[in-house]
Design a protein around this ligand. Structure first.
Ligand SMILES: *[C@@H]1O[C@H](CO)[C@@H](O)[C@H](O)[C@H]1NC(C)=O
Length: 141
C-alpha cells in the first residue's frame, strides 16, 4: 500500500510537470493523426498522449521516427524536471517518513532519466533494439 502511494505521488508529479511544459498546439494531417491515434489508443491516458504529440510536432506531418523522437524528448525532459523538483523538495523536508518517500522517488526518477538519456543516444544512432531495451528498464524504476 505504501509503495503504491509513493508511485502515485511520482506519477502525479510527472503528469503535472509534463503538462505544464506543453503550450503551443498545432494541427497535423490525417495520416499523422491516424498514427498518433494508433499509438495513443494503447495508452492509459489517450488525451494526454494525443495532446503531447500534437503540441510538439514540427510541422503538420510526422512519421513513426518523428513521433518516437517526440516521445523520447518529452519523457526525458519531464523526467529530468521531476527529478530536479523532487531534489528541491528533499532539501526542504525535515520529516523522516517524507524524506524516505522522496528518496525512493528521487532514486526512481534518476533511473528513469538515465534510461531515457541512453534511449535518446541509441535513437540518434538508429539502434532501435538498444533503445527498446533501455526503455523497458524504466517502468520497473
Ligand atoms: C487529438 O488532438 C487534436 C489536436 O489537438 C484534436 O484536434 C483531436 O480532436 C484530438 N483527438 C481526440 C479524439 O480527442
Amino acid at each position: 500500500m505504501a509503495n503504491s502511494c509513493k508511485f502515485n505521488a511520482c506519477f502525479l508529479l510527472l503528469t503535472l510537470v509534463a503538462s505544464s511544459i506543453f503550450t503551443n498546439p498545432a494541427l497535423c494531417d490525417e495520416a499523422t493523426q491516424a498514427l498518433i491515434d494508433k499509438i495513443c489508443r494503447q495508452m492509459e491516458e489517450y488525451a494526454f498522449c494525443n495532446d503531447t504529440f500534437n503540441r510538439n510536432l514540427k510541422g503538420s506531418t510526422a512519421d513513426i521516427a518523428a513521433l518516437t523522437r517526440i516521445a523520447i524528448e518529452q519523457t526525458l525532459s519531464a523526467s529530468k524536471d521531476t527529478h530536479d523538483f523532487v531534489v528541491g523538495l528533499l532539501d526542504k523536508t525535515t520529516d523522516l517518513a517524507e524524506k524516505n518517500a522522496l528518496t525512493v522517488c528521487e532514486n526512481a526518477y534518476f533511473i528513469v532519466t538515465d534510461c531515457f538519456k541512453q534511449a535518446s543516444a541509441a535513437f540518434a544512432q538508429k539502434d532501435y533494439d538498444s533503445m527498446l531495451k533501455v526503455e523497458h528498464q524504466a517502468p520497473r524504476a
